[in-house]
Design a binder for this molecule. Structure first.
Ligand code: 6YU
Length: 501
């Protein structure tokens, strides 16, 4: 029967697992996942720093409310604490920018007060909001988010800050800090690379972002338990997908797709769902499929953005921040010219590390900070030894706190750019790309109008979701979407016959 068709899913991240889950539920019983590494979860990865659980990849459920399938699963599996599940939390709508309680430190070792920074943050947030409003306005401006925000700061700041002339320089420097942190949110080198026309395509859901007390990977573990044992073939990087290709199978059946692994093994398939990250596709698009990807897909892959955002965890004996502090900002007082990149990466990469979230609750974590760093400075950081990163981070915090003895006692950092099966962190809408590029990427092969057997190669993964790209829920929904596509392919079209049922 149709349910006997051979389906292979490439990649055991949440999108691949989600696709397998749905297919299994719909009765397909020849489903396998081929995974390059020795583990499931992909960019969901929980690690340890001493006795502490930490997230090396995805951190929060963005917008935890009933519309978010990750939130619903996490509730079903009982992986969240009471507060995260409460009606109040679900109703809070922050538009993707949670209001963390901040502490601001500057490069002269001062701590800035609420009266200086509050209005600057508000001003910046308004500009970001305005950046999202170009999406539906039709005419696509050629500008980037970075160019727009900087031009608006230059235009509006003299009026906005005229009451407080003495602090204009430090306020400009604060804008730079906010821009650098926004690079972490978007996963880009500079906000100048993020397209203004498409920025608003990303949709936020209500709910106050929450974490998994036992680690994000608990979600993966629970989902995996619902799948048949041995569904995943680990340690098998796929080298090439040969499609539009007919090979006689063992029982004389013919398969349009053959999957070739790096170790030489091959698998014959009716359908393949590709879930590898966009960064991997960018790097390997010319060899990953044979015949190669059609040009419209290649162009969309090239146009879309995939950047690096890394974390640097630091554990301290004693906190240097306030007890209620949730986010630490660092402001370089000499950076009064608007820019979110560092000119001398080798010597100054650390200047891109301007934001630290405080791991809570303290009773569980002790005094641990998670530093965020994006872009090429982040990719350079990955090439340094842990010792070098620890040294630079210590120097940085000594300058900003004015305390020359501060020394983190432990460090752990992620290296997403150099992970061979991620090649970066997540997708952003680059300058010049639009929703059509995401649709192009998600379109199955062969393209419509071909006479060959349809739905040979399907595409899922975070990068293929039009409004939730760069998130776990976007990835999950994309896996479900492709599973549904296959299911409806094998379901007789609803006509006179089914309507009688
Ligand atoms: C979220 C969050 N979060 C931080 C960091 C990172 C990410 N995300 P996978 O890669 O998981 O799976 C593919 C598999 O394929 C993998 O196992 C590979 O090994 C395998 N593979 C590759 N090549 C292969 C081959 N050749 N053969 C076989 N197998 C192969 N998301 O919801 N909350 O807090 C964060 C964060 C540091 C790195 C995140 C977050 C992103 C998610 O982790 C990610 O989307 C999904 O896990 C991807 O799943 P997948 O299945 O698609 O791929 C306005 C506006 C702006 C827009 N952006 C704002 C949104 C903010 C996004 N925030 C993210 C932030 C953080 C902090």
């Amino acid at each position: 029967s149709a349910r006997d068709s051979q389906i292979f899913i490439i990649g055991c991240g949440i999108s691949g697992i989600g696709a397998a889950q749905k297919l299994h539920k719909h009765g397909f019983h020849n489903v396998h996942i081929i995974e390059a590494t020795a583990r499931s979860g992909g960019r969901i990865r929980t690690g340890r720093l001493g006795d502490n659980i930490i997230e090396i990849g995805a951190n929060w459920i963005h917008g935890p409310s009933t519309e978010n399938p990750v939130f619903c699963l996490a509730c079903d599996y009982q992986l969240l604490d009471k507060e995260s599940m409460s009606e109040e939390n679900q109703a809070i709508d922050v538009g993707g920018h949670p209001l963390f309680v901040p502490n601001w430190f500057t490069s002269s070792g001062r701590k800035l007060g609420l009266e200086t920074m509050g209005p600057v943050v508000e001003f910046f947030m308004k500009l970001l909001e305005r950046s999202q409003q170009f999406h539906d306005s039709g005419g696509e401006p050629l500008l980037s988010v970075g160019e727009f925000v900087k031009a608006e700061v230059e235009r509006l700041a003299p009026e906005e800050w005229k009451e407080d002339q003495a602090n204009i320089a430090v306020k400009m420097a604060m804008i730079n800090t906010l821009l650098k942190l926004e690079c972490c949110v978007s996963g880009t080198h500079t906000m100048d690379d993020v397209g203004l026309g498409a920025f608003g395509m990303y949709k936020t859901l209500p709910g106050l972002d929450c974490t998994f007390p036992g680690g994000y990977e608990g979600l993966i573990d629970h989902m995996m338990k619902e799948l048949p044992k041995d569904i995943v073939l680990y340690n098998k990087p796929v080298k090439c997908i040969h499609w539009n290709y007919t090979k006689n199978g063992p029982s004389g059946t013919s398969f349009p797709v053959t999957i070739e692994c790096v170790n030489g093994e091959t698998f014959a398939a009716d359908h393949v769902i590709v879930t590898v990250p966009l960064g991997y596709l960018k790097k390997h698009q010319s060899t990953f499929l044979s015949p190669p990807l059609p040009l419209n897909k290649v162009h969309s892959i090239q146009r879309m953005g995939f950047g690096t955002n890394n974390k640097i965890f630091l554990e301290f004996e004693q906190p240097f921040w306030d007890e209620d502090c949730e986010l630490i900002y660092l402001v370089w007082e000499d950076e009064t010219h608007l820019a979110d990149v560092v000119s001398d990466v080798k010597n100054s990469w650390i200047r891109k590390l301007v934001g630290f979230t405080v791991l809570k609750p303290t009773e569980r974590y002790g005094h641990v900070l998670c530093g965020w760093i994006a872009g090429r400075e982040s990719e350079y950081m990955e090439t340094l030894s842990e010792h070098e990163v620890l040294h630079s981070a210590s120097q940085l915090l000594r300058i900003f706190t004015g305390n020359p003895t501060i020394t983190p006692r432990k460090l752990l950092r992620s290296q997403w750019f150099h992970e061979p099966y991620s090649c970066g962190s997540y997708t952003y809408v680059a300058k010049g790309c639009s929703g059509y590029d995401i649709d192009n990427l998600a379109e199955p092969l062969p393209l419509k109008g071909s006479n060959s057997k349809s739905l040979q190669v399907l595409f899922a993964g975070e990068a293929t979701h039009r409004s939730f790209f760069s998130t776990v829920h976007g990835a999950l929904l994309s896996g479900w979407r492709e599973a549904e596509r296959l299911t409806s392919h094998y379901t007789p079209a609803s006509g006179s016959f089914s309507s009688k049922l």
